[in-house]
Design a protein around this ligand. Structure first.
Ligand SMILES: [Mn+2]
Length: 398
């Protein structure tokens, strides 16, 4: 039997004199190989295909099986499997526990911004949020959420219940290498969504640009037994056309400004509710049977008149930070004036989300590079906490 191995592309290999330092870029685990012979063997053969016989001959059977067991050397077909992992962190977001099958809500970063060809810097948001969480020593188990405007006793109890019982977990960031194509990243997002939803868990994705949402909805469409609807908070409808569309369409592609067009075609998707739409980019009317648009002005002036949502249905929530006014949330790719204020958005949340069943959430389009003293990002953390108050803790039917 001819078994062939390659050095795992997920290991960074660094030679330090006689030793070699191996860093698993997905799990973050480190190995130091002290044996100078194996060290030089790994360095010299880093891009070679090695048969098991050759390995055993060169570095003996025990060392070969160690390298296989630690997945330092892998079979070629295992490369794809490795790419479909999340990067785990020791410093987890808000000191939340690591992912387990028992978690109810799974936070997951999607460091991908290439769906926006003008500004790809939203890819930095997951790592930036991790830094901010660490810098402020945030531990959701011990936080006083009154400080971020959670004042209702029931909400405070609910958050306490979620965090003290380890119901919210940090699933890490999706592994996204800069040499991977957008299609590969979307495939991964769909893969993780299918897994999480099938386990009756609620994904809470931290984007990334808005194009990631289509990959999520596609995944929900695959595994969800029931139809579902979307609640989309945004200044933009994201059903725009551009001169690049014919190129993208050749490969069934999409981007952050047109993903809703593709989402509307998903057979399981029932209704698509948009809130906060405004500005000159929306002067041209948009119509679709599944689409319901509520303009920012209506939310500001006539919130009570906004139709309540059917509480017997399942909803996915996608929140583009630009639904808020750029004055209070400046760090976004496509700011649009006259947006919602925090209080207006919170009132809208209360109006819409109090009684419905939420099956997933994402928070997208935050560009940390454009932030001013972290204000947009700290606001994003507050929005994340606020949204968690609307998550039901009993198991949902998917
Ligand atoms: Mn937008």
């Amino acid at each position: 039997m001819k078994e062939e191995y390659i050095l795992s592309p997920f290991y960074r290999l660094k030679r330090i004199s006689e030793k070699v330092n191996l860093i698993d870029i997905i799990s973050g685990k480190k190995f130091m190989i002290g044996d100078p012979y194996i060290s030089s063997f790994l360095v010299e053969n880093r891009s070679k295909m090695m048969s098991i016989n050759f390995l055993n001959e060169q570095i003996n059977e025990d060392n070969t099986s160690f390298l296989i067991k630690k997945k330092i050397i892998i079979k070629e077909e295992e490369v794809k499997e490795g790419a479909f992992k999340t990067i785990e962190y020791n410093d987890r977001l808000f000191n939340l526990p690591a992912y387990t099958n028992e978690a109810k809500v799974v936070l997951m970063g999607i460091p991908f911004g290439d769906g926006n060809y003008i500004d790809d810097q939203t890819k930095l948001f997951p790592s930036s949020l991790r830094k901010l969480s660490k810098k402020n020593n945030l531990d959701f188990k011990t936080c006083d959420f009154n400080a971020v405007g959670i004042t209702k006793t029931t909400d405070l109890h609910h958050l306490d219940h979620l965090f003290k019982n380890n119901m919210v977990a940090d699933g890490g960031d999706i592994f996204a290498h800069k040499h991977e194509t957008a299609f590969q990243i979307y495939e991964k997002i769909t893969f993780f969504t299918e897994k999480i939803i099938a386990r009756q868990q609620i994904p809470f994705y931290i984007g990334g640009d808005h194009s990631i949402t289509y990959a999520v909805l596609r995944g929900i469409g695959v595994v969800s037994a029931n139809p579902f609807s979307v609640i989309h908070f945004d200044a933009h409808t994201d059903i725009y056309t551009s001169e690049y569309d014919p190129i993208l369409n050749m490969n069934q592609g999409h981007h952050h400004g047109n993903f809703v067009k593709k989402a509307l075609q998903l057979p399981k998707l029932e209704k698509y509710h948009q809130f906060g739409i405004r500005g000159i980019s929306n002067l041209r009317p948009k119509r679709h049977d599944k689409l319901e648009i509520t303009y920012a002005a209506t939310i500001k002036e006539n919130l009570e008149k906004i139709k309540k949502l059917d509480k017997n249905k399942n909803y996915y929530i996608t929140l583009d930070i630009d639904v808020l006014d750029p004055f209070i949330a400046p760090a976004t790719a496509t700011p649009e004036p006259n947006g919602l204020l925090i209080e207006e958005l919170y009132k809208l949340f209360y109006h819409l989300l109090s009684e419905i069943n939420i099956i997933g959430i994402d928070l997208v389009e935050v560009n940390p590079k454009k932030d001013i003293g972290d204000i947009t990002q700290s606001l994003a953390i507050q929005l994340l906490i606020k949204l968690l108050t609307y998550i039901k803790t009993e198991k949902h039917e998917s």
